[in-house]
Design a binder for this molecule. Structure first.
Ligand SMILES: Nc1ncnc2c1ncn2[C@@H]1O[C@H](COP(=O)(O)OP(=O)(O)OP(=O)(O)O)[C@@H](O)[C@H]1O
Ligand SMILES: [Mg+2]
Length: 299
């Protein structure tokens, strides 16, 4: 079963309780009960967390997420309290650690799609719907949708795929009021981000948000609008009817599926380590995404 090629040992920090090792991030709780999210340089492709890290990825994505939180702050409050290092944390956590409000999480992956691909395309091809929403005939891989849609999913365990569910199912699970708030916030934030990205030559095809409650207030949590939670496509290469070039993972995917890697995607074996030039090219893509989106230089 896909998953970690090598599961990392979490670093222990006095004063922090380790809660969880995600595919990419380590989660801790501090003495005040806040959540400490540490983004690693790990990367995952084809359901595997690869054995090779991409230097600076954790810092770049953390800074990008923080930048986005600012861009959307008038639409929905976010969970970040501080990006200061917790006392006693290793110096190399700097820039990739966020202290966040610990929220009552809503167990729904709130996906917005402006373009059709991935699991949305698969469902469309069978039923002409995505998450039960009817779509026009004639859409192909990469087509822009008439309007962005809210396509929620329920969270799956590591190595399994999230399951797309209908809006009605979400309303049954979390209540009609919360479901309406999730949909409204998801589409508002997606639309804002899509417009910002588009001006910078990047298509935000789809993205996933997670929300929680602080008291009665809906708060946007997790990471937002990073290449790990979103599909970014270079706008100048967009061509519906085929798989689009992935902004960040294309080099890795192309290499892993090429004879050079010697790896069989359909087989049982985990993927091999990435060569240096693939690592460097991938890092450059993360830097490029950061620089194009934020309009500031990375270093
Ligand atoms: N403010 C918050 N309060 C409480 N929980 C949060 C908050 N923000 C994010 N979370 C939760 O923290 C966890 C982040 O874990 P992470 O995303 O690293 O791993 P994962 O979701 O298990 O796996 P994956 O790597 O597939 O995303 C998620 O369960 C997310 O719902
Ligand atoms: Mg997650």
């Amino acid at each position: 079963m896909p998953g970690f090629v090598e599961k990392p040992e979490p670093i222990q920090v006095p004063g922090l309780v380790h809660l969880h090792t995600g595919k990419v991030r380590e989660l801790y709780q501090n003495a005040a009960g806040d959540l400490v999210m540490v983004a690693s340089d790990r990367t995952s492709t084809f359901d595997w967390v690869l054995p090779t890290e991409i230097p600076d990825k954790g810092r770049i994505l953390t800074q990008l997420s923080l930048w986005w939180f600012d861009q959307i702050a008038d639409l929905v409050p976010h969970h970040v309290l501080s990006s200061d290092l917790p006392p006693g944390a290793p110096a190399d956590w700097e820039g990739r650690t966020l202290v966040c409000k610990s929220l009552r999480m809503v167990p729904v992956e709130c996906v917005a799609r402006g373009y059709l691909t991935g699991s949305g395309l698969a469902e469309y091809n069978e039923t002409r719907t995505v998450c039960g929403l009817a779509l026009p005939e004639g859409l192909v891989d990469g087509s822009e949708l008439p309007a962005p849609i809210f396509t929620p999913a329920t969270k799956a365990a590591v190595g399994e795929h999230d399951e797309n569910v209908s809006y009605e199912e979400v309303a049954r699970q979390v209540g009609a009021d919360t479901a309406a708030q999730l949909r409204q916030a998801t589409l508002a934030v997606y639309s804002r981000a899509r417009d910002i990205a588009r001006e910078r030559g990047i298509i935000l095809a789809d993205t996933k948000f997670e929300f929680g409650f602080e008291g009665d207030t809906l708060v946007i949590a997790d990471e937002v609008l990073t290449p790990d939670s979103s599909r970014f496509w270079p706008a100048d290469q967009w061509q519906p009817g085929r798989a689009q070039a992935s902004f960040d993972k294309q080099f890795v995917r192309d290499w892993l599926t090429s004879p050079a890697s010697g790896w069989d995607r359909k087989g049982e074996q985990p993927p091999p380590p990435l060569p240096e030039e693939i690592v460097a090219a991938s890092r450059a893509k993360y830097v490029e995404a950061y620089e194009r989106l934020t309009g500031t230089s990375w270093s």
